[in-house]
Structure formats: C-alpha cells, structure tokens
Ligand binder design. Structure first.
Ligand code: BG6
Length: 284
C-alpha cells in the first residue's frame, strides 16, 4: 500500500534529484524547489516541518514563485497572496541530467492558470538547476496583443544556524520600503535580524548571508532583478502563521530575487523577461 508521502509525491508531482554536486527536490505544484543540499553541506534551502501540501495552499519554504503579483499586488487588494503561480500545477517540460547537474524546466500559461485580476496572455517558464550551486529562474513572455505589467519573486527561504547571529551584506546604500512600519529608508550597514524584518530593497546587487553559527556564507547572485526582499517573521508572526512552527523563525532568512512595486516589469506583445538567482555556499 502507498504511504502518505508517496501519495503526496504523486499528487503534487515531486521530483528528487541527486548528482555529484548535491541533491534537491522540485514539485510540479508551483514549480517549487523545496530542497537543495550541496554535497558535504547542510541543507541550504529551508522547508518548514509544518509545511502543508493542500491544493490552493502555498508550500511553506523552498523557493515559491510569486507571480503575477507580489503580496496583495500594487494596491494590496489582490488574492491569493503572492499571485496564483505558487498554487498552480505547472507542466514539467524537461529534465536534463549531467554527472554534476540536473536541470528541470516547468511551464505555465494563461490556459493552465489565470485569474480575472490578470486577464493577460502569458507564457512562463521556471528553471531549476541543481548542482554544487542552485540556479532558479523565471522567464515570462507576453503572448498576447496588449502590453501587461507583472510583479514576480523567487521567494527563497535560506536555511541558517541562527537568524539572530547572521549578517547580510550587499545592500548598504539601497533604498528600501520597511513593510513592518510602512516607512522608506536607506540601508546603512549589514542587515541583521533583531525583530520582524520585511523589507523591499531597490537593488540588483549580489547578497551575501554570513552565517557564523554554521560557519558558512551563502551568496545570492541575481540577474534581471531590480528588487531584493529580505524577510524573517520573528516570534509573533511565526506564531500567527499556521504552517510555521513557533520556533522555526530562527532557522531561516528569506532573500528574494524580485521585481516588485516600482520595479514591476512591463512587457509589450512578443517581449519576454527573465530573472534568475544563483545560490552558492562557501565555508567561512
Ligand atoms: C514576504 C513578504 O515576501 O513573504 C511578507 O514580504 C510575507 O510580507 C511573506 O509575510 C510570507 O508570505 P506568505 O503569503 O507566504 O505567508
């Protein structure tokens, strides 16, 4: 008889890969990476122990793909939060295998996922390349005859030893919107997690998470992305989230490769845009 995890794997399209660079998992549901562990390392991509696999609900952790809007969208009134892509089944198109890398592509378009709030003809391709680095990317094409504007994020949950003992470099001098206070500010030094952090930076620079607890640095090198979101829910919000253990907030920080708010992307008919993030780990 099939066990629960087997049923889940089949229902949500789980694909686990292993190569000489490391191992990882991606689901057809949301085209969402949920694990990546380079060879000889601890996991780098975080997944909640309380993640739920239910149609219509986002998987808590991994690399959810937020599209075609971020949060509640430009005016804050759109649902589902972070768009429909992360709760849609994508079509797995290709699995390319080499000794040291596995590349998986998924496809979504207007016929398979849409919402009245986004009545546009689009084609989206998500790519995940698992190796001793992890590359995730999202390419969006306008297949219709009218321009449209979208927001997107590769909402990457990074596993860390202790969120209160890390610093995040690469954002000094960047303007950001503090989504906790609603205020705009400029980043003055490394970002530290000393309370709920929910910030949208206008930055296309690489980000480095220096994790002293686990003696490693995680670099996030972006392309095609003008926004970086840094998020940690801290104590109270972790308690409010039903699919998040009360103490799990210490074990992660989200560094999201994005184009949101003022950096939303407009595509004319026939145009395409791609953003990607490459994660790599080095010992300190
Ligand atoms: C972040 C947002 O990207 O995602 C936060 O900036 C939000 O405001 C967080 O709380 C998690 O969102 P969700 O919809 O997955 O609970």
């Amino acid at each position: 008889m099939e066990d629960r995890s087997g049923a889940r794997a089949r229902a949500f399209g789980e694909l686990s890969v292993t190569n000489t660079g490391g191992r990882g998992t991606v689901y057809d549901y949301g085209a969402q990476v949920t694990a990546w562990t380079p060879e000889g390392e601890r996991p780098v991509v975080w997944l909640s122990e309380q993640a739920v696999f239910t149609p219509g609900t986002a998987i808590r952790g991994g690399v959810p793909i937020c599209f075609p809007w971020f949060g509640g969208g430009p005016n804050g009134d759109l649902t589902p939060a972070h768009g429909f892509a992360r709760i849609s089944p994508w079509r797995r198109m290709t699995v390319g295998e080499a000794a040291d890398a596995t590349t998986v592509t998924h496809h979504l378009d207007m016929t398979s996922a849409h919402a009245p709030q986004f009545p546009h003809a689009y084609r989206a391709r998500a790519t995940a390349r698992f190796s001793n680095t992890l590359t995730t990317s999202l390419r969006v094409e306008n297949t219709g005859d009218q321009a449209f504007t979208f927001e997107a994020a590769l909402h990457t949950y990074l596993a860390v030893g202790d969120a209160t003992h890390l610093s995040i470099d690469g954002l000094v001098g960047s303007e950001y919107l503090d989504q906790v206070t609603g205020e705009h500010a400029v980043q003055l030094g490394p970002v530290v997690i000393d309370g709920e952090v929910d910030r949208v930076y206008r930055s296309s620079s690489p980000v480095v998470v220096i994790d002293r607890s686990w003696g490693r640095r995680i670099t996030v090198v972006k392309s095609g992305s003008a926004s970086t979101v840094v998020w940690n829910p801290w104590v109270d919000k972790a308690k409010r989230l039903s699919d998040f253990g009360d103490d799990e907030w210490r074990g992660l920080v989200c560094v999201e490769t994005a184009n949101v708010k003022e950096d939303a992307v407009t595509l004319e008919p026939g145009q395409a845009h791609e953003m990607s993030a490459v994660l790599a780990v080095e010992r300190l």
